[in-house]
Design a protein around this ligand. Structure first.
Ligand code: ZN
Length: 312
């Protein structure tokens, strides 16, 4: 009884924390901010959305904190990336949430990874203890707006199931989002037409969806396997390949350590570009504006190359 009272007071406190008040009828919690921005695009004022991780955090490794379990306790819908991206931290939070609505198999549990075209699915079983953190295929599909379109449709369908009285609201918002996304996708493809076939080295194996969509080639990764820090021998081999056949640039999310990327960039004469890992949802950025932002920076970095003085 006492425990329940403490839990209740914690929940009430959470409700009144600044920035924690729920607005819309349907409470949506997502693991990453890209999913939060998509849920908001489709749900509009019918939903209030929170993201557990920030765009400045690597979603493979998030510290599960008590306030996250409290957010999940009150959620009507949990949306996750899936493909084992959150396997290290989300299961504990889901148990701690004591919320039956968001458990697997329930309408309030949406695993978005089940709705996309998954890349890099291992052909042989991968043991996570060997260090590869993409054992179910590549979970970084949200960098590609074509995959995000599939996710937005899945979110709309799920919101209609949870909130059927407002089905038309969700259908109309999805149609608006799809029309804008398709228009921008056409524009982005034209922007990268002249760069087709150019090679890119990345830190983590997280940009394959985006690079392949834009006709760019994923030449190699600084991590020898997803989640394994670079070893001297791997870096030496990669440098030799980069000197023989220089890529257009080295690309990484800004939350990764950049020392090895900078070193390789200097030695091979290749520019390094660090991009945000996701939508700045808390500051009101939309998913499509986030993609626009990273693609403009990417195109500019490829066009500009390394400043002259850096070659010396
Ligand atoms: Zn990854």
């Amino acid at each position: 009884m006492r425990y329940r009272l403490i839990l209740l007071s914690l929940l009430l406190a959470a409700t009144f924390l600044p920035g924690q008040a729920w607005g819309g009828e349907i409470r949506v919690v997502t693991t990453v901010p890209d999913l939060a921005a998509l849920a908001e695009a489709v749900g509009g004022d019918r939903v209030s959305v929170r993201s557990l991780a920030l765009p400045t955090q690597d979603a493979h490794f998030v510290d599960a904190r008590p306030n996250m379990a409290l957010l999940l306790n009150r959620a009507d819908l949990l949306i996750l990336v899936g493909l084992d991206l959150e396997v290290g931290w989300l299961p504990t939070l889901m148990t701690g949430s004591r919320n039956p609505r968001i458990q697997p198999g329930k309408p309030g549990h949406l695993d978005a990874g089940a709705y996309v075209e998954v890349r890099d699915v291992p052909t042989a079983p991968v043991d996570r203890s060997m260090g590869d953190i993409h054992p179910a295929g590549n979970p970084h599909y949200l960098h590609d707006p074509n995959q995000a379109l599939l996710v937005a449709r899945a979110i709309s369908n799920r919101l209609i199931r949870i909130d059927p009285e407002h089905a038309e609201h969700y259908r109309a918002r999805l149609a608006t989002f799809e029309a804008e996304a398709r228009q921008r996708i056409g524009r982005w493809e034209r922007l990268f037409k002249e760069h087709e076939g150019k090679k890119v080295v990345t830190y983590h194996k997280s940009w394959g969806y985006l690079l392949s969509w834009l006709g760019l080639e994923e030449m190699g990764t600084i991590e020898p396997k997803p989640g394994i820090p670079p070893s001297p021998s791997h870096v030496a081999r990669l440098l030799a390949r980069m000197r023989a056949d220089p890529p257009a640039l080295i690309l990484l999310e800004s939350y990764y350590p950049d020392a090895t990327a900078r070193l390789l960039g200097e030695r091979a004469g290749v520019p390094v570009l660090a991009l945000p890992g996701g939508t700045d949802f808390r500051r009101g950025e939309s998913y499509l504006d986030h993609i626009d932002h990273i693609l403009r920076d990417l195109a500019r970095a490829i066009e500009r190359g390394l400043p002259e003085e850096a070659h010396k």
